[in-house]
Design a protein around this ligand. Structure first.
Ligand code: 13P
Length: 249
């Protein structure tokens, strides 16, 4: 069975609640595409207004982060139960910005992965190398480590439903999209790593996105690659252009 494409916007720290509602109203008529899962991953405070504004559309709503404990004295964090109760279906975990600025590690990402599955929330687990790592020729070693640690104790049935986003750090917000060949090569490597950890059937089902300066021009070629099942889109998800990305063909 062909994997359904999943195209997600990562709004990052953009859009106040009123701006968020306006953006959803603008994008709603532009992102209809039955063949694609469309997800808006939005700041915590925007989740409820975006869910309301997206009602009756194909837009699914995701969070940008989540803590791995059920509840308690963790000032400033948001729990998996809070997301589950309001109808959040996806959560971005281990984005490079969280690893870089907020001390997220593959170990904490793994704890969050396990919690997300427990609550029926699909993780979009991010991985990706720095420019230095690419130049040192250790891209795949690094990403295999991120994936192997991130998926510790995740069952094959859970892994089948997961999403992995390959986001080379040097391509994020820089306007430098990885070439389709570079993106496909790493996404294929990630799929091979999943086959090693689990089996071919799991590798054939898991969805792998590319992220990093995806735009309406680069999306068609990227999404046509055998191992690229969609994209995680930053800047261009805040504009009407996101409609063209979702309808890339
Ligand atoms: P840009 O599309 O703005 O490069 O961001 C990519 C990203 O980090 C998505 O998570």
């Amino acid at each position: 069975m062909a994997r359904k494409k999943i195209i997600a916007g990562n709004w990052k720290m953009n859009m106040t609640p009123s701006q968020a509602v306006k953006l959803v109203e603008t994008l709603k008529p532009l992102v209809g595409n039955e063949g694609v899962d469309v997800v808006f991953c939005v700041p915590a405070i925007d989740i409820i207004p975006v869910l309301e504004a997206a009602k009756g559309s194909n837009i699914q709503v995701g969070a940008e982060n989540m803590y791995f404990e059920e509840k308690g004295a963790y000032t400033g964090e948001i729990s998996p139960a809070m997301l589950e109760e309001v109808g959040v279906k996806y959560v971005v975990l281990g984005h490079s910005e969280r690893r870089q600025y907020f001390a997220e590690t593959s170990e904490t990402v793994n704890k969050k992965m396990l919690k997300a599955f427990e609550h029926g929330i699909t993780p979009i687990m991010c991985c990706g190398e720095t420019l230095e790592q690419r130049e040192q020729g250790i891209t795949m070693d690094w990403i295999r480590q991120q994936v192997k640690v991130g998926f510790q104790n995740v069952t094959a049935d859970q892994a089948k439903t997961a999403v992995i986003a390959y986001e080379p750090i040097w391509a994020i917000g820089t306007g430098k999209t990885a070439t389709t060949e570079q993106a496909q090569e790493v996404c294929a490597g990630i799929r091979a790593c999943i086959a090693e950890i689990y089996d071919e059937a799991t590798a054939a089902e898991i969805r792998i996105q590319y992220g990093g300066s995806v735009n309406a021009k680069t999306a068609p070629d990227l999404f046509a690659q055998a191992d690229i099942d969609g994209g995680l889109v930053g800047g261009a998800s805040l504009k009407e252009e996101f409609g063209q990305i979702v309808n890339y063909k």
